[in-house]
Design a protein around this ligand. Structure first.
Ligand code: CA
Length: 229
């Protein structure tokens, strides 16, 4: 796999030193620039200062801002891909319920190798890799989906989409008119190696509907899943 030519950078926001150090070690081995922050406030400052290509965010953090609050603040101004680390299932429920535009999450304990693979998969899907394939623009009334520029516009205004939301939208556009099951959407939009909760699809579909509005012909197909167009 060939990543973009400039070194990639990552901010790891994690208060447990063992976990932070392990992740830092694995990403430095991959030639990434790694910055570690130990609290939510520190994390937000570091992310703003470094403008990284990726953020790993622990949900349980000391101080006023937990990982969810950090992501909410971040999403006001940034679409940087975020992978959450969670310690507990109830944190997963909160994460999915809040619709923060998280790109993925991993429940502790995890293997650092798995995290590196997930992060790379998200960047691949988000197009931070060179690609020769060019796709045309697709439009639905006020909405234009530009696959070259990886952006969606409503009434000519760019709508900020999280990496995973873009990946989902792109997969739906490629399969316009087809009823797709959640599993097909997971395989196509998240990749066959993605392991996680199928509810993630519903959460991201809701986000797309909310962000792109009524002109997006994204239909629920009872007993199957979803269909664009
Ligand atoms: Ca923690």
């Amino acid at each position: 796999m060939s990543l973009a030519t400039a070194p990639l950078s990552i901010v790891v926001v994690e208060d447990e030193p063992d976990i932070a150090d392990l992740l830092a070690l694995y990403f430095r081995r991959e030639q990434w620039d790694v910055f570690v922050a130990r609290s939510g406030e520190d994390g937000l400052n570091t992310i703003r200062a470094r403008q990284p290509d990726f953020v790993i965010l622990d949900i349980g953090l000391p101080g006023k801002l937990d990982g969810l609050a950090v992501c909410a603040e971040l999403r006001a101004t940034s679409n940087v891909p975020v992978l959450f680390l969670t310690a507990r299932e109830d944190e997963v429920d909160r994460l999915l319920g809040l619709e923060l535009g998280a790109d993925d999450y991993v429940v502790k304990p995890f293997s650092p190798r798995e995290i590196v693979a997930r992060v790379k998969a998200i960047l691949r899907r988000g197009g931070q890799l060179s690609s020769d394939t060019k796709s045309p623009r697709t439009s639905f009334d006020s909405i234009v989906i530009d696959s070259d520029r990886k952006e969606a516009l409503v009434d000519g205004q760019t709508v900020p989409l999280a990496t995973q939301e873009w990946s989902l939208l792109e997969f739906l556009v490629e399969n316009t008119g087809m009823a797709l099951s959640r599993q097909q959407i997971l395989d196509g939009g998240w990749g066959p190696d993605w392991i996680g909760d199928p509810r993630t699809v519903d959460v991201h579909i809701r986000q797309l509907r909310k962000k792109l509005g009524d002109d997006l012909p994204l239909n629920t197909v009872r007993g199957v899943g979803y269909r664009l167009g």
